[in-house]
Every structure is written in structure tokens, then in C-alpha cells.
Design a protein around this ligand. Structure first.
Ligand code: THG
Length: 812
């Protein structure tokens, strides 16, 4: 097998890794082109300091980094390893950072990378240049270190060439030829190269290359300062390139690495310096290389001061060289991986740093060869995860710059970016403002997290106070809203829920093939079902309402679902998928009194037999025609009520008025999340993702194996027999330390899993944490501990759901 004819654009550390990995899988008809010389082509790889820290809040990013480390350690360039495994050390100089270091240590433990939180003395032992009096402690990860990025490029490309891959330096890409929506060739200054697959690994030139096929790539090249001291007398005579760990001083936006008797200093504290990808100089015109701009010493002042304070022996040296090195940032800090939705065969592997490069090479090779990556869960990295508004230049620039600013900040999991805010608002927004809602953004939607107007509820409901960290982006009102929902009735703004319609004569067959459920049921049926990858991994969980013979409404999780549907659309035009989210809105009306409120407003039969659980109907509510679906993610009687955006405010006001005699409240996402965990409802993206199958995730009930073939079925039959891990429900008696997700779980003092999502359960009066555990540890009654800022919190595996297991609320 030689695979499809493939052109990789860019021979940086990403292109090289893909060429190596893809050729290792048997694809050898590969050409790598680069505008520059080989191996130092002039892109970000050519100036990268190569500092590799594996700690990351994203499991995927740590997995990609770990793969990179392992590969580079073993990869040789002229007999020497491409990785100097000197370790990594992050130091804290403030109590807040020390706490953060414990949290980051938790991530590494959760993702299975060994590391240790160390005291100040040990920091100095590891890195003797440190002023121990300034340091409170640190995080030491011994497998971190320094990648020899250019060696890795050379070694990987040469290995690929030995398998038949061709490397063409000084080939500038001028155009990409597309016919009938498919890539057919890459035009260079030396002529056209035919291609079935093009992989854009052009780094900071990515936006320019992507534009050749009409794609808006949400990537901004930003300059970042990197400087080198002259010889430091204290290091005189150091003959090894590096002996001390790579060092991060995040409180001052700094990192350091050895270079013989000098130090390299990287700095993120300066103003963002975005660069237009079209304005980058050519290889021949650039003074040093296109990705290296002239050093601006005035931006570096604070960096040098902080360096001398932290590493006093540097006062005897000077800054000798510096650059403003340009590399890639994205709106959410994650890479951009995948195939264009519009141009088949045009793939992207962009915004990938050296740290994750080899892992991305592996992931992309698997994805290209097999249709999915079996080694990595890429849902956070997918190219097509963005909404259209998130691809506009203004949004991209603002977010990318903000990501530069925040790169080393201590970010609470719920903390939104300061800007941009207020981009999308539901029709209910003016009322929510009147009720003094505290908003958090969700895919650009401003969504109430709680309503300050509900503070009087605190006279009726007890709400325990969590610790200061857990109390951020929280109010006791959250707990009161949750209890009030179970007690009477509440309105939830569900507008941010992604809604698609699938219509046309082929709609039923299409959905039957893409989902695990039986959706070919009577009109009015609603089905909770899953989308699976070809390897049986969960792509999404959705609800599908059959509103007509050839008309379905899908309640989905995000842009990836739309993209997934588009990938499988039949060519004959018999199916149309439409995103109706923007033009519509939704209120969840839930609670024991929901029926009393709604029946005042409609002639429709809302009795338990008239509109059963998981059925939908078109009803009128006053002046507003509504699609009502009887289901509830919070586990209470009630309906999701959908209407068009123009009628939204009227719907809100009508319900609000009718609910006044029944104690109706508006309730926010904080309460919502607590209630759904009490009910045991999983959330795609946190509790379960691409790497999990339905059985281990506890949603096997949504798989109908006997319905006929569907995507992922064969793989599922294999995986079903092989369950080693389980998504388990933990409860926590300590109500102060409310965990947030991603914390490690210990059994007999050994890390065995990690928390996915968590909240306090205000009805059951316990903390709740869902966690991936080895199946044998997932039996109710098993006592475990959760790592929390360096402490251990006792938790116990508990039978789920914790609330209303008999479904009397929902079915009543
Ligand atoms: N509402 C709608 N669509 C959605 C969600 C939603 N799609 C995305 C996401 N949320 C899907 N998640 C769930 C999870 C559980 C349920 C509904 C959506 C649910 N499950 C019931 C149960 O397990 O008890 C019913 C299961 C069944 O009868 O098959 O209600 O919030 N529209």
C-alpha cells in the first residue's frame, strides 16, 4: 500500500512528524514541500527554544506531549537523542501560585505523568541558580526537558525519505487546485504537484495557505520575546548544553533553559504583538528568518528585572541577544486539526507547538489512514469546532491576543475571557438583566449562571458555603435555585443548546445509520441516542425528535455535531441539515408545578397520557406557537419549549406571569449543573468523549445493537467484551471542598483515575463527582480519595442516580 497521493505543506516539526508517522503506516506517496531550506526552513520550529512541559489541563494535550517526549528521547540525530531529558520545574513565588502548582500536579497525576510538588530547598537543589528565599515551592516533572526541534525535523524527514517520501525545499506554495469540492493539486513556484490529500502544516503561514481554499483559519501569529544572556560566571565551564531543568516562573510570565554557560529567557509578559500572516517576509528578504523579528528591548525590561531577582547570578551577565519570535495562537489555545468541511482532502495540522508535535504527527497519521485517531482524543482540537462568528478576523484576533496574555495565568475553570463578551444574546436577555443575572458565556451566548434577584430564596433554603476557590463564579443562590426547582417550578434558558433540523426523504435512513438508537418511530417521538465514531467511541449524545415524516429536530452538543452530519450527507441531496440555533430559542420549564403553570396557557392535553415522557407536540402558549418536548436534563417534570427568536420574549413573559402564583423562578446554569449530576446525566466533552464507548460511560442503554447496522456498531461489539474502566459516581461528605473536575482519584494511595465533572448536590446534601475508575474500583461502597490542592478528600463510590432512581418525578 502506498496510500493516497499526499502533499504536506511545511517541513517544520509538525510536517516532519506527519511525514514520518504516515509513511510508517504505509503511506509513501508523500511529498513534503517548504518554501525554505531544509532543515531550518525559517518557520517557528527554526527558532523554537524547545522547552517541553507536559502539564496541561487538557488530557489530550498532556497525552500529545508525553508521546512527543517518548518519541524524541528515542529519536536519534547522528547518534544523539533529540531530547535532553533534564526535567521541568515550575516555581511558585506567591501562595496563589503554590496552590495552582498543586492543581497542576493533580492534572499530571490524573493523566498519568509522574511528577512531584517540592519545597523551596529542593527547588534550589534542582536549579541552583534560584534564590531560594523567593520561592515557596515548585512542581518537578522529571520527564520534561528540551526538544532538539531541528534535529527532530531532520531525523523524522530522513526516516520518511528512507520509505520513499520526497522532500522538496524551496518550493513555495502559490495555489491549491480544487475541483468539484475536492483537492487535486498543489501549485508551487516549480509547477503543480497532483494530490488527493493536502495537509497544511504551514504554522504561522497557515492562514495564508488556508485562504487558498477559501478557509478562515482562526490562527494569529504573535511575536514572543526570547533572549539569551551572555556567559554567566557561575556557570563557567559548563560543557553540557543543559544540566538544569527547564524552568518556569509563571508569576512573572517567564521561562528559562540552559544553553551551556548561558540562559535562554522566554517572556510572555509584554503587550501582545500580533502579526498578519500575509505580512511575513520571505525567506530571502528576512534578516534572520521570517519567523524572527527584531528584538524590542523596551518590552523586555520587566523580564530582565524579574530574572535577576529570581536568579541572582544573572546580574553578573548581560542580555546578549534577543528575538521577537513569531508563533501560533488560537481562540481557545488548542491546536487546529482535521479536514476542511468544504474542501474534501484539505487537511490542517496547525497551531501546534514543539511540545505536542510528535503526538500530533501520530494522531494525524492515524486519522488520515483510518478515519479516526485511536491513540488520542482530539475533540478539543478539531478544526471544525468553531461557530461561524468565531472565525471572523476581529473575533479571532481579540481572542488569540487574549490567549497570549493569559498563557501563564491562574484560570478558574469557570473563568471567562474578559473580552470579547456579549456576542450572542437570547431573546430573554433583557428580562434576565432585569433579574440581575450573573452571566457566563457559552459558545458566545451570554447565559445566566444564577439570578441575584433570587436572593430571598436563601430565607427558605439552606446552602452550605464552599471554600474560596470553589466559591468563585458561585453564589449561595445557585443552591437555592436548585432546591426551588425541585420544590416548585423554574425557567431555564436553554437557547445555547445546539439545534439542528434534519429533513428530506432520506432523513430517516440517514439518522438510522448515524445513531445508535431507533429513531424511525411515530411522529412525536423523542429519542436519546448516541453518535459513534468508527471505532465505537462516543462522538456525541443527542436527542432526536421526530416532528414529521421527513422532519427531525436534533438537540446536540455543538458545531462538531453539525460537522459530523455534513461528513455523511448523501450526495443525492435527499437530506438537508440546518442549524436552527440562531433563529430559535428555548426555555426549559421544569419542576413539580410545571404542569400547573403550563396548562393555564394552552388547550393542549398535557396530562401524563396526553403528552408522555419523551414525546413532542406542537402546542400554542398564548400567542406563541411552540414545539414542546417532554424531557428534562434536571430530572423534573416539564418541557423544553422551543419557538422562533422573534416570539421568545413573549414566551418568557407569558410563562413568567402565569407562574407567579406557583412560585416560579428563573434559574441559572449553576443550579442546572448540580441537578443534572444528581440525576446522573452525562455531559459530552467532560464525562465522556471520543475515547470512551457507551458501555463504560454508562449510556449503553442508548445502543440498540439489534436495530441493523450503524456507524461504530462492529467496533462496539468488540469493545463491549473488554470493559476495563467505568464512569463512576462518587459522593463526598465534606461540603467545603467542592471539586471541579480533572482532579486525580486515589485508591489505596495509588492514582487510578480522574474526576470528570462535579458539583454540590443541594437535594442530596453531598458533593458529587463523576470519575473514570478501573472497573474493579467502581463498585458502590468503594472508598477512594480525591486529590485536591495537595490534600486528599474522602469520597465513596455510590449507586446512581442519586436522585429519583425510580423516575417518579419525570414520568409523573
Ligand atoms: N435537551 C435536548 N437535547 C440535548 C440535551 C438536552 N442534547 C444534548 C444533551 N442535552 C444530551 N444529553 C441528555 C442526557 C440525558 C437525557 C437527555 C439528554 C435524558 N435521559 C433520560 C434518562 O436517561 O433517564 C431518558 C433516557 C431515555 O428514555 O432513553 O433525559 O438537555 N433536547
Amino acid at each position: 500500500m502506498s496510500g493516497r497521493r499526499t502533499v504536506i505543506i511545511g517541513a517544520g516539526v509538525v510536517g516532519a512528524a506527519i511525514a514520518d508517522e504516515l509513511s510508517a503506516l504505509g503511506w509513501t506517496d508523500i511529498v513534503v514541500v517548504d518554501q525554505g531550506d531544509f532543515p531550518a526552513t525559517g518557520g517557528s520550529t527554526s527558532h523554537a527554544p524547545g522547552v517541553v512541559f507536559q502539564a496541561n489541563g487538557s488530557k489530550a494535550m498532556t497525552d500529545l506531549a508525553r508521546y512527543t517526549v517518548e518519541k524524541f528521547v528515542a529519536l536519534e540525530h547522528q547518534g544523539e537523542s533529540c531530547f535532553l531529558q533534564v526535567g521541568g520545574l515550575e516555581v511558585a513565588t506567591t501562595p496563589e501560585r503554590m496552590a495552582e502548582i498543586h492543581r497542576r500536579h493533580g492534572w499530571l497525576t490524573s493523566w498519568g505523568v509522574e511528577a512531584e510538588v517540592v519545597d523551596a530547598d529542593r527547588c534550589v537543589e534542582l536549579h541552583p541558580l534560584l534564590d531560594g528565599t523567593r520561592v515557596l515551592g515548585g512542581l518537578h516533572c522529571p520527564t520534561d526537558g528540551l526538544a532538539k526541534a531541528l534535529w527532530a525535523v531532520e531525523a523524522q524527514i530522513e526516516r520518511a525519505m528512507s520509505r520513499g517520501v520526497r522532500m522538496l525545499p524551496r518550493h513555495e506554495v502559490l495555489d491549491i487546485t480544487v475541483e468539484n469540492g475536492k483537492v487535486v493539486g498543489v501549485v508551487t513556484n516549480h509547477g503543480e504537484i497532483p494530490a488527493d490529500v493536502v495537509v497544511c502544516c504551514a504554522g504561522i503561514w497557515g492562514p495564508k495557505v488556508a485562504a487558498l481554499v477559501g478557509m478562515n483559519l482562526p490562527l494569529t501569529p504573535l511575536a514572543h520575546q526570547l533572549a539569551w544572556t551572555g556567559s554567566i560566571p557561575a556557570l563557567a565551564g559548563q560543557t553540557d548544553e543543559a544540566v538544569r531543568p527547564a524552568l518556569r516562573h509563571q508569576d512573572a510570565d517567564l521561562y528559562f533553559r540552559d544553553r551551556y554557560d548561558q540562559l535562554a529567557i522566554g517572556y510572555y509578559g509584554h503587550r501582545p504583538m500580533p502579526i498578519d500572516a500575509n505580512g511575513l517576509l520571505s525567506v530571502d528578504d528576512a534578516a534572520v528568518m521570517p519567523s524572527v523579528l527584531e528584538f524590542t528591548p523596551s518590552d523586555f525590561g520587566p523580564a530582565w528585572e524579574e530574572t535577576q531577582a529570581l536568579l541572582p547570578s544573572t546580574t553578573e551577565a548581560k542580555i546578549e541577544e534577543g528575538i521577537n519570535g513569531v508563533f501560533s495562537f488560537t481562540p481557545d489555545g488548542m491546536p487546529l486539526l482535521g479536514e476542511s468541511q468544504d474542501v474534501s482532502g484539505f487537511w490542517v495540522a496547525e497551531a501546534v507547538w514543539v511540545t505536542h508535535s510528535a503526538g500530533v504527527g501520530r494522531a494525524m497519521a492515524e486519522w488520515l489512514a483510518n478515519g479516526y485517531s485511536s491513540s488520542f482524543d482530539l475533540h478539543e482540537c478539531e478544526l471544525n469546532r468553531f461557530e461561524d462568528f468565531q472565525l471572523l478576523p476581529e473575533f479571532v484576533l481579540e481572542r488569540d491576543c487574549q490567549n497570549f496574555v493569559e498563557v501563564y495565568d491562574i484560570l478558574h475553570p469557570l473563568q471567562p475571557m474578559d473580552s470579547p463578551r456579549g456576542i450572542r444574546t437570547s431573546p430573554f436577555y433583557p428580562r434576565q438583566q432585569e433579574l440581575d443575572a450573573f452571566f457566563l458565556p457559552a459558545t458566545g451566548w451570554e447565559r445566566p449562571h444564577w439570578y441575584n434577584s433570587n436572593k430571598d430564596l436563601l430565607d427558605r433554603f439552606q446552602v452550605p458555603q464552599p471554600n474560596d476557590w470553589a466559591a468563585r463564579y458561585w453564589s449561595p443562590i445557585v443552591g437555592a435555585e436548585a432546591q426551588a426547582t425541585r420544590d416548585s417550578v423554574a425557567m431555564y434558558d436553554m437557547t445555547a443548546l445546539k439545534r439542528l433540523t434534519v429533513t428530506g426523504s432520506g432523513a430517516t435512513a440517514f439518522l438510522q445509520r448515524l445513531t445508535t438508537g431507533t429513531i424511525d418511530k411515530s411522529i412525536g417521538s423523542v429519542t436519546y441516542t448516541l453518535l459513534l465514531d468508527h471505532d465505537g467511541g462516543i462522538r456525541s449524545d443527542v436527542t432526536i425528535a421526530r416532528l414529521g415524516e421527513h422532519h427531525y429536530q436534533v438537540g446536540a452538543n455543538g458545531a462538531l455535531d453539525t460537522n459530523w452530519f455534513h461528513r455523511f450527507l448523501p450526495q443525492d441531496g435527499s437530506v438537508t441539515v440546518t442549524d436552527i440555533t440562531p433563529g430559535t430559542c428555548c426555555i426549559g420549564l421544569w419542576g413539580p408545578k410545571a404542569r400547573e403553570v403550563l396548562s393555564q396557557l394552552t388547550d393542549a392535553d398535557l396530562t401524563n397520557t396526553g403528552l408522555k415522557f419523551f414525546r413532542a407536540a406542537q402546542i400554542n402558549i398564548g400567542n406563541v406557537p411552540v414545539t414542546a418536548m417532554r424531557l428534562s436534563y434536571v430530572g423534573e417534570l416539564g418541557w423544553e419549549l422551543y419557538t422562533t427568536a422573534d416570539l421568545g420574549l413573549r414566551l418568557w413573559d407569558t410563562l413568567w406571569e402565569a407562574g407567579q402564583n406557583h412560585g416560579i423562578i428563573a434559574a441559572g446554569r449553576g443550579a442546572f449543573n448540580s441537578l443534572r449530576l444528581e440525576k446522573g446525566y452525562r455531559s459530552f466533552g467532560t464525562d465522556m468523549t471520543f475515547e470512551h464507548d457507551p458501555y463504560e460511560a454508562g449510556v449503553g442503554f442508548a445502543v440498540k445493537l439489534d436495530k441493523g447496522d450503524f456507524i461504530g456498531r462492529d467496533a462496539l461489539l468488540r469493545r463491549k467484551e473488554n470493559q476495563t474502566r467505568t464512569l463512576a459516581c462518587l459522593t463526598i461528605d465534606n461540603h467545603v471542598d467542592v471539586v471541579a473536575g480533572k482532579e486525580p482519584v486515589f485508591l489505596n494511595d495509588r492514582p487510578v483515575g480522574y474526576v470528570t465533572s462535579a458539583a454540590y448536590g443541594y437535594t442530596i446534601n453531598k458533593g458529587i463527582a463523576y470519575a473514570w475508575l478501573p472497573t474493579e474500583a467502581a463498585t458502590p461502597g468503594t472508598e477512594v480519595e480525591i486529590g485536591y490542592f495537595g490534600r486528599r478528600i474522602r469520597a465513596v463510590v455510590t449507586a446512581e442516580p442519586l436522585f429519583d432512581p425510580k423516575m417518579t418525578r419525570l414520568r409523573g
